[in-house]
Design a protein around this ligand. Structure first.
Ligand SMILES: Cc1ncc(COP(=O)(O)O)c(C=O)c1O
Length: 556
């Protein structure tokens, strides 16, 4: 008896040790699959963010933070003065309304504070404000309240794929189709059936659900994956944006501590190993836009403290990555979700699935698919989309939304989907890859031959600007671009989104304005550099400055 107890004891200890060891091995594998940057460590990033001291450069340091010589500082002062004068005389009505509205629009306050690195923001806002009101749009241009015409590089956050006039038509024609029923909810207009059939055909999926935004579509896709797999964790990739819902935005910006989300390295074997070996993963979320800058946050000028921002797109490598994800997800019963809210209908009619040649289990769409109205769509194979289990009637996966399938949205979507079948749009899709790659090459070769310190990386019509010479002032470029009549979103030069109706002549005009802006920025001394000014030196000096403010050795 005693011997038996001893054996049981030994076996229990051995089993327990095995379990603990297994846990340690899995935990280490998980750590290895995290990207070494702070973006890859949500908890740590939040902790570091909490410690970041708030401070602002005064007038003198604003111009001299890189220790430029006096004559350069003088050029910069004069340059900013000229810009401020130009903004004040050219945009008076648009600016006055923006200032008045910002009092009561939280979003405007937020975006106006975060257009540039925060140390420079307060002084700059006092000199240069950015207008947020417009009066009209046409073709590829927008007209502000003062009658200034801008080329639109904002792409309306990605909604605008075919030009704003296209969406005006979708909205007008669609609204006429459903005018008889008005905004009734809970029952469908027949256009819903035609939309569902077309979306199933385009996505290669079997079922569809409609929501009010891309964020909601992603929430529902993840909820369904958790419901069917009976597992909790979702895997998202470092830097990828999937809307602002808690679980897909686990780091800075979300007051709740990360839970049930693994943020892993994209395009890396360590991640595949985790997917192969863990048993708690319900789904993998992929935002194919990340192919332009894997493992990095969406590039915004508010974090452009030096010239380290880089991007580059390798279609073959990203296709191979998606194939390996597909393989491991199929083998492990993990739901592979392509979040095509941004890239869907931009890279081609079949979106990322077609473009990269890999099928997902579920796809989310949004933005442009609403024909100009707000929308989110989930499509998936039947086995993943069902929201109930007949054998266990109380085991349901709930999803509602008062405005889902709103008749006006559905009708604009119907017009949008019909138009995709026209020869004009088919031609645009057939050419768009070549057209936008050659336009990026053209601008890059002009920039290079003029010796301007800028380079463009693009994924089709989605562009990002990088800077080739170390500088603390690259974010100033967005103000020179606006002065030349180029409209940018609040992230500045981090993201240009072209609509596919840009003609060669429109594009040539954008290039010429872009180059003018760069020449002026250069002449005003913002890109001055000497041998000591490297990206590393800039980072080090900012860190030093933060630490001295934090520990009271210096005041902001
Ligand atoms: C890939 C992706 N997913 C989800 C979202 C969220 O969509 P929405 O802003 O409509 O909530 C976005 C928005 O930019 C997105 O780019």
């Amino acid at each position: 008896m005693e011997d038996q107890l001893k054996i049981i004891g030994v076996v229990s200890v051995a089993t327990l040790s095995m379990i603990v060891l297994r846990k340690i091995v899995h935990r280490l594998a998980l750590s290895r699959a995290k990207h070494p940057s702070l973006t890859g460590h949500s908890k740590m990033a939040k902790r570091v963010a909490r410690m970041l001291p708030g401070y602002a450069y005064d007038e003198a340091y604003f111009f001299a933070s890189d220790n430029a010589p006096a004559d350069i500082i003088q050029h910069r002062r004069a340059g900013l003065g000229k810009l401020a004068q130009l903004y004040a005389t050219r945009f008076p009505k648009s600016l006055a309304m923006t200032v008045e509205a910002a009092e009561n629009i939280s979003d405007l306050q937020f975006t106006s504070h975060y257009r540039v690195p925060y140390q420079y923001s307060a002084y700059l806002r006092g000199q240069l404000k950015t207008a947020s009101f417009i009066a009209a749009t046409d073709g590829v241009t927008m007209t502000d309240l003062d009658g200034n015409v801008f080329y639109d590089l904002t792409g309306s956050y990605g909604v605008n794929v075919f030009g704003l006039n296209f969406y005006k038509t979708c909205i007008a024609e669609g609204s006429a189709r459903v005018a008889e029923i008005g905004p009734v909810l809970g029952v469908y207009h027949p256009c819903v059936l035609s939309n569902v059939k077309k979306i199933c055909e385009i996505s290669g999926m079997e079922e569809v659900s409609f929501h009010m935004s891309g964020t909601e579509a992603v929430m529902q896709a993840v909820r369904l994956a958790r419901y069917h797999t009976k597992k909790n964790h979702l895997v998202r990739f470092c830097g990828a944006y999937h809307g602002w819902w808690e679980d897909v935005q686990p780091g800075i910006g979300n007051p709740v501590a990360p839970r049930d989300t693994y943020t892993l390295k994209e395009m890396h074997d360590d991640t595949l190993h985790v997917l192969r070996t863990r048993r708690d993963i319900a789904c993998v979320l992929v935002n194919p836009l990340q192919a332009l800058h894997p493992n990095k946050n969406a590039p915004g000028d508010s974090s452009l403290v030096d010239s380290a921002r880089q991007a580059g797109f390798n279609r073959a490598a990203y296709s191979a990555w998606l194939e390996s994800l597909r393989e491991v997800c199929s083998a492990r019963g993990i739901v592979l979700i392509f979040d095509e809210v941004f890239v869907g209908f931009r890279l081609g009619v079949g979106g990322a699935q077609e473009y990269f040649g890999v099928k997902a289990d579920m796809v989310t769409y949004g933005k442009t698919l609403g024909g100009g109205f707000p929308v989110g769509v989930v499509c998936g194979k039947r086995e993943w989309m069902r929201r109930f289990t007949p054998a266990r009637p109380a085991d349901i996966c709930f999803a509602r939304g008062t405005f889902n399938s709103h008749p006006y949205v559905m009708a604009a979507m119907q017009v949008f989907l019909e138009r995709l079948e026209t020869s004009d749009i088919k031609k645009i899709y057939a050419d768009c890859e070549t057209v936008w790659n050659s336009r990026a090459e053209l601008l890059n070769s002009q920039l290079q031959s003029l010796g301007l310190p800028i380079v463009i990386a693009n994924m089709s019509s989605i562009w990002t600007v990088s800077y080739t010479r170390a500088s603390r002032y690259n974010w100033m470029f967005q103000y020179y671009l606006r002065a030349e009549g180029l409209a940018l979103s609040w992230v500045g030069t981090g993201r240009f989104i072209f609509s596919l109706n840009y003609s060669d002549a429109d594009f040539a005009e954008v290039c010429s304005r872009f180059i003018n802006a760069a020449h002026k920025m250069q002449a005003d001394g913002w890109w001055w550099q000497d041998a000591t000014l490297t990206n590393k030196a800039i980072k080090r000096s900012i860190l030093k400055e933060m630490l001295s403010i934090k520990f009271g050795l210096r005041h902001g």
